[in-house]
Design a protein around this ligand. Structure first.
Ligand code: THG
Length: 370
């Protein structure tokens, strides 16, 4: 049987790096922000071991940018998030929960502050542009909101510093976590941040315009041949181990940032102007009654987690699993779940109703770290 074909079109966009991704033998794509996002090259497990040992180049152009530009850009940015942005300087990136008027999560992007009057919001998989445009319009703010032609390319893995130094010069390795700078590539200045959707360390290059896409891809591949550089992508196993959340999978509009364990990125008292502030002040006072937890699910490899799996304490439903996969390094199934406070203490034993039957599961106090 041949694999089904995903037809691309103007609605379902390729990226400036798609030619490189295809040449590298991509085996599966998902759709993210209406764009192609590779999910497997060799096999998920081979990609995982390689990511933890070497260095990979990831086409994450699907991390679309929402640009805010104008005198009210800072005010608008603060209306969107309960994280206090008063200390944020140009050159910094912040992981920011974005909430609606009920405190429900709309997205969990990285905000990039280019200048006092200019931000990029590097979004997860939801159409945040419409919410931001509506807020700007409804409040009559003096700000332009649109989607610039910017395509992030991530370089992730323990050898990322070595590879980036070869292509952009040693200066790039002095960047601190979640800071960015401008670095020359073939006569073009490129915004590069130390960030990325893995726990292995690395960088993200925000390519402006598509024309240099393949030149950048090929330069990284050529410079890293002896580092065993390969095309890669966000890896399901590595991100569940590391507790990196996936919007639309692990949380939705039904959840507050506190339920998602993102309370450390909220300063709801001082985030004056945040649209969800009143709602979040109420939940922050009481504390969440359910929260994201790392879990281990016993037995052999679980099937693909395509839907929420009930988490039971006897006959009582006390939570759900939203992401789960077999971990070769930890020799157990690693999972991200949400559990009621009565059962969220580390060490609590519960039952997960997986599609292939009931399994024992244990709530953990931290994510899976080596
Ligand atoms: N990079 C960029 N854009 C993105 C992602 C990214 N957009 C989509 C998606 N990923 C957004 N989600 C996340 C989730 C987690 C992190 C970044 C983006 C992340 N979190 C760290 C943590 O939770 O420990 C660090 C946060 C911090 O300390 O500030 O990195 O990956 N451009």
């Amino acid at each position: 049987m041949t694999a089904p074909i995903l037809a691309t079109s103007r609605r379902l966009r390729r990226t400036p790096f798609s030619a490189g991704v295809e040449r590298a033998g991509v085996k599966a794509y998902t759709i993210y922000n209406h764009m192609l996002l590779p999910c497997v090259f060799d096999s998920m497990e081979a990609d995982y071991h390689h990511l933890k040992r070497h260095v990979q180049v990831w086409d994450v152009a699907c991390e679309r940018q929402v640009e805010l530009r104008g005198p009210d850009a800072g005010r608008l940015m603060q209306m969107l998030t309960p994280r206090d942005l008063r200390g944020m300087l140009p050159g910094q990136c912040y992981y920011v929960p974005i909430v609606d008027e009920t405190g429900g999560m709309l997205n969990d992007p990285v905000a990039v502050k280019l200048a006092e009057d200019r931000f990029w919001i590097s979004i997860a998989d939801s159409d945040l542009l419409y919410w931001v445009k509506a807020v700007a319009h409804g409040w009559r703010l003096d700000v332009l909101v649109d989607e610039p032609d910017v395509s992030p390319l991530a370089v992730q893995g323990p050898k990322a510093d070595a590879l980036m130094a070869r292509v952009f010069g040693a200066g790039v390795t002095t960047l601190r976590f979640f800071r960015f700078g401008w670095f020359d590539f073939q006569g073009r200045d490129m915004l590069i941040a130390r960030s990325g959707y893995s726990r292995q360390g690395g960088f993200e290059i925000y390519l402006e315009g598509g024309d240099m896409g393949m030149a950048l891809w090929e330069a990284l591949m050529a410079a890293g041949a002896d580092l065993e550089v390969r095309a890669g992508c966000p890896n399901l196993i590595e991100r569940i181990e590391g507790g990196l959340l996936s919007y639309g999978n692990d949380m939705t509009r039904e959840n507050t940032p506190h339920e998602c364990g993102l309370g450390r990125f909220c300063n709801t008292h001082s985030a004056i102007g945040c649209i969800g502030r009143d709602a979040l002040l109420r939940v922050a006072q009481e504390g969440p009654v359910r929260q994201i937890r790392s879990m281990a699910i016993e037995g052999g490899p679980v099937p693909a987690c395509e839907d929420l799996w009930p988490v039971m304490a006897g006959s009582e439903r006390v939570g759900r699993i939203s992401s789960a996969v077999w971990s070769p390094d930890f020799q157990t199934n690693v999972a991200i779940g949400m559990v009621r406070m009565t059962h969220w203490t580390p060490g609590t034993e519960l039952t997960v109703e997986a599609p292939d039957g009931a399994r024992r599961a244990v709530v953990r106090g931290e994510f899976f770290i080596q």
